[in-house]
Design a protein around this ligand. Structure first.
Ligand SMILES: [Zn+2]
Length: 334
């Protein structure tokens, strides 16, 4: 057994056991989140409904939105027909479990330990001189820091805390995940990174490349050993994400946004997150361009390859528009 501080990031390797475990956990969570009023009503009538509702609220699952209405409706249904409500609850839990389980099946997922993150994040903010007195939850700390330093600061710091705090050795199990094993055609070293060529990555995940911790996945059509402007631009782009630990930063940013939820300050945070993500993409494009140049391709060939890769994509939350990305590459050329 490993002894040491609790890791900041946990890895699910995407194999069968981890899928089943994640599915069961999610199903249980679903029952807890949605079913306490119904379970209470089915076992103890109106009094049970009341107890279940209070219990649900105490656990923090009962929020004043549609979810709460759904939970109560299920509870009231259980008063009239316990069987119907419990069957509905069971089906919902099973569906939630299957959805979660099958999502895990696809690729490794990296989960931030919210408690460890929250602790370190607060420490860092306080080191920076942000006054967090009187705040207890992560959400309160975020709101306080945003008020004094702005949304961009809050998100950048969150990303840095994860980038500085995760241990590469904790990531290893997630990079040897079982399922993709059979789909990995080849593993190729690229400096300090590993390039994994995956069959049908593009077809199944809708992307030619994917950056992880210390490794990048590319569709099997790309090959480090066969210089090609498109492959080299892509590999250089993903390698940039991996080397700058962009996926670690994304976990921290997501944790902050999730903590604040849908409350008003989140819109500013979302904009700041989009800005950060676009910056990372443009940086990765430039690095991809450089890498392709080192591999001997002409600027014109690389630009053409990048244009093909980007297609006609418009701006999304994560990526700038194809037009902007090409313009930024051209500007760097001059
Ligand atoms: Zn990218």
């Amino acid at each position: 057994m490993k002894i040491g501080p609790r890791p900041l990031i946990r890895v699910s390797d995407g194999g069968l056991r981890s899928s089943a475990k994640a599915g069961l956990e999610r199903a249980a969570e679903f029952v807890l989140e949605n079913g306490l009023p119904a379970l209470g009503a089915a076992s103890g009538g109106v009094a049970g409904l009341a107890v279940g509702t209070v219990g649900s609220a105490a656990l923090g699952h009962l929020k004043l939105d549609r979810m709460a209405a759904g939970q109560l409706l299920l509870g009231v249904t259980a008063l009239a027909s316990p069987t119907t409500a419990l069957v509905g609850l069971g089906l919902g839990a099973a569906l939630a479990g299957v959805l979660e389980g099958s999502a895990h099946w696809k690729r490794p997922t990296f989960q931030l330990d919210r408690q460890v993150f929250s602790q370190r994040y607060r420490q860092e903010l306080e080191k920076d001189g942000v006054d967090l007195s009187g705040t207890r939850s992560l959400a309160q700390a975020v709101v306080r820091a945003e008020a004094s330093r702005g949304a961009a600061y809050v998100l950048e710091r969150a990303g840095q805390v994860v980038q500085d705090g995760y241990r590469p050795e904790d990531m290893k199990p997630g990079l040897d995940f079982n399922l993709l094993g059979s789909r990995i055609v080849e593993r190729q070293p690229l400096g300090d990174l590993e390039v994994q060529r995956v069959t049908d990555l593009r077809k199944r995940e809708g992307t030619d490349g994917y950056a992880l911790f210390g490794a990048i996945l590319v569709d099997a059509q790309h090959d480090v050993k066969q210089p090609h402007p498109k492959s080299d631009f892509l590999i250089g782009h993903e390698a940039s994400h991996a080397r700058h630990h962009d996926c670690a930063a994304a976990l921290g940013e997501a944790a902050v946004l999730e903590a604040v939820g849908r409350s008003a300050p989140a819109s500013e945070l979302l904009l700041a997150q989009q800005e950060l993500s676009h910056q990372q993409e443009l940086r990765a494009d430039l690095d991809g361009f450089q890498f392709a140049r080192q591999r001997g391709h002409s600027p014109q060939d690389i630009l053409q390859a990048a244009t093909q890769l980007f297609g006609n994509s418009g701006s999304t939350h994560h990526h700038p528009s194809a037009k902007k990305r090409i313009e930024s590459l051209q500007a760097a050329l001059d």
